[in-house]
Design a protein around this ligand. Structure first.
Ligand code: SAH
Ligand code: SF4
Length: 374
């Protein structure tokens, strides 16, 4: 059954029209879904009962079930969700950190997943350890925002007096105003569902989150980067680079064999010609792998060529993997060397390791614990 949260406004209007319902009902349903985050049809009290019944027999309205939560208010919080088929995914809620993605804000960034598992098998990453299971549907991507807000704010959102939507009163209770598509999975390998979800989250009648506040992170699927360049929205792009030469990158990211750096940088240049914003390079620092000062020059060359900003992220250790993070002094030195070459760079300094800060780790741990109990 199609889920109601995978429908655009036009699609919903068309169905309502078929049923002979007045056009304004679409706006009411969308308000219930995206502003009030209704978790069931019965909550939609201003819809006539027969219409609610018709909706319920035509569409599913799935909500994510919270399995586990880590962290506390005002810190990074991780949510582990169970999908209707039992699969587990993660979202991470991060209080605004102006230094990282985009401008200062009094609200929150949510990191969402796009697949169950990941097929790309980067050697350092927990998400790919058990392989790929399936793509998330658009509604499962959208629902991560709504379920997180429901959980954090303790229920449905309020809209004063059922006031008609105006730009000023839109999403009075939206907690999440920045999205990073950096959870489990390779977003560009689930391209159509991703784009549909992002359009639903971006639409003024939907999530109302600005396209420039949405960052898609990819391990480097060059053909899809070129395709993304042709879409009308100004989504931001982050590239998980992690190696500035083919030799280093291919050692830790098998995808580099399929799309080596020359092909990737050409695709990124094509992307930049079409968009008026900066690309970000994510560069995890892994001890003895990519943290040598000999890597600074090739990294700086790539960043300069693509006008990219570099985010250096000390590696978060993953249980069962051999990799480790470099000493703090090594990270600082790497940063300083990049800056001497006039690259804009930041180094993530907070200690996130103790809460399994990288996506995919909470799921892995929970699945291993569950397997241990069985
Ligand atoms: N598949 C996409 C998006 C999800 S991964 C991608 O690879 O870009 C989000 C980011 O977390 C990527 O930059 C990834 O390389 C990084 N990451 C994965 N495991 C990590 C770990 N253990 N420590 C730090 N960053 C990690
Ligand atoms: Fe997949 Fe990204 Fe992890 Fe690589 S880093 S295995 S692409 S989720």
């Amino acid at each position: 059954m199609t889920d109601i949260k995978s429908l655009t406004r036009e699609e919903l209007e068309a169905r309502l029209k078929e049923w002979g319902a007045p056009a304004y009902r679409a706006g009411q349903v969308l308000d219930w879904l995206y502003k009030r985050r209704a978790a069931n049809w019965d909550a939609m009290t201003n819809l006539p009962k027969p219409l609610r019944a018709k909706l319920a027999e035509s569409f599913s309205l799935h909500v994510l079930e919270l399995v586990r939560k880590q962290g506390a208010k005002d810190t990074t919080q991780k949510f582990l969700w169970r999908l209707p088929d039992g699969a587990l995914i993660e979202s991470v809620l991060i209080p605004a950190n102006p230094a990282l993605y985009g401008e200062a804000s009094d609200r929150h960034t949510l990191c969402v997943s796009t697949q169950v598992g990941c097929a790309y098998g980067c050697k350092f990453c927990a998400s790919g350890l058990d392989g790929w299971k399936r793509n998330l549907g658009p509604e499962e991507i959208v629902e991560q925002v709504l379920a997180t807000e429901r959980t954090v704010t303790g229920g449905m959102g309020q809209v004063a007096n059922d006031a008609p939507t105006s730009p000023a009163t839109r999403h009075p209770s939206r907690l999440v105003n920045n999205l990073v598509i950096m959870g489990m999975g390779e977003p560009l390998a689930n391209y159509d569902n991703l784009l549909k979800a992002l359009r639903l989250l971006n639409a003024p009648w939907g999530g109302g989150i600005g396209a420039r506040k949405i960052t898609i992170s990819t391990s480097g699927l060059a053909p899809q980067i070129r395709k993304l360049a042709t879409e009308p929205e100004q989504f931001r792009l982050a590239l998980s680079l992690h190696g500035a030469t083919d030799e280093v990158r291919a050692r830790i990211m098998p995808v580099n064999r399929k799309h080596p750096l020359a092909e990737l940088t050409a695709a990124l240049e094509a992307y930049q010609r079409r968009k008026d914003q900066l690309i970000t390079f994510e560069y995890i620092l892994i001890a003895g792998v990519n943290d040598g000062l000999d890597q600074v020059r090739p990294l700086a060359a790539l960043a300069t060529r693509l006008h990219a900003k570099v985010n250096l992220i000390p590696y978060n250790t993953v249980e069962g993997l051999e990799w480790s993070r470099p000493a703090e002094s090594v990270c600082e030195e790497f940063l300083a060397a990049l800056e001497r070459l006039e690259v804009t760079a930041t180094l993530r300094r907070e200690k996130g390791g103790d809460i399994d800060a990288a996506c995919g780790q909470l799921r892995l741990k929970t699945e291993r614990e569950l397997a241990g109990q069985a």
